[in-house]
Design a protein around this ligand. Structure first.
Ligand code: THU
Length: 161
């Protein structure tokens, strides 16, 4: 028997001013995307901005439904739209933010498990790591260099070959 462990690393920044210009721009776009969120049930408005290898930016926001399981998270709205419109261009980064009507969220918003699975799928599809940039409405920013860092031991397409 051998005990093994997996180490996950990320970088934390105190201010958006510490980010590189393209990271800062993408994060600002994610804040902008919050404006198109349709979240009358949760009142939790999530914005996502996806950066493609050719510098195209695709926005997404969470879209809710009276039939609750029909909701879709902002990250998947943005990633599916990007893959549908630009199927041959790799995703290189995604920024995610949230503005809640219930309380001010001043810490980075970790993406849900299903969105992490989808992010890693597009890393595989584009053969490119996807940088993840997280911030709440304000406050600290976390950057994770690869989506698969957030989902260790992931089920991935190699098992289907
Ligand atoms: N939501 C996202 O858009 N992304 C996440 O990673 C977590 C949750 C949305 C889904 C739903 O509209 C609301 O936030 C509350 O769960």
């Amino acid at each position: 028997m051998e005990k093994k462990s997996i180490h996950v690393s990320y970088t934390e920044f105190n201010s958006i001013e510490e980010l590189k210009i393209d990271e800062k721009n993408l994060l600002n776009k994610a804040h902008q995307a919050v404006g198109s969120s349709y979240a009358p049930y949760s009142k939790f408005h999530v914005g996502a901005a996806v950066l493609l290898e050719d510098d195209t930016i695709v926005l997404g926001s969470n879209q809710e439904n009276a039939a609750y399981p029909s909701w879709l998270c902002a990250e998947r709205v943005a990633l599916f739209a990007a893959s549908a419109q630009y199927p041959n261009v790799a995703v290189v980064a995604i920024a995610i933010t949230v503005h809640s009507e219930k309380s001010k969220i001043n810490e980075p918003l970790p993406p849900c498990g299903a969105c992490r699975q989808v992010m890693t799928e597009y890393e595989y599809k584009g053969n490119h790591n996807m940088k993840i940039i997280l911030q709440g409405e304000s406050g600290n920013i976390q950057i994770i260099d690869r989506a698969d860092y957030l989902l260790p031991l992931i089920f991935n397409p190699k098992y289907l070959k």
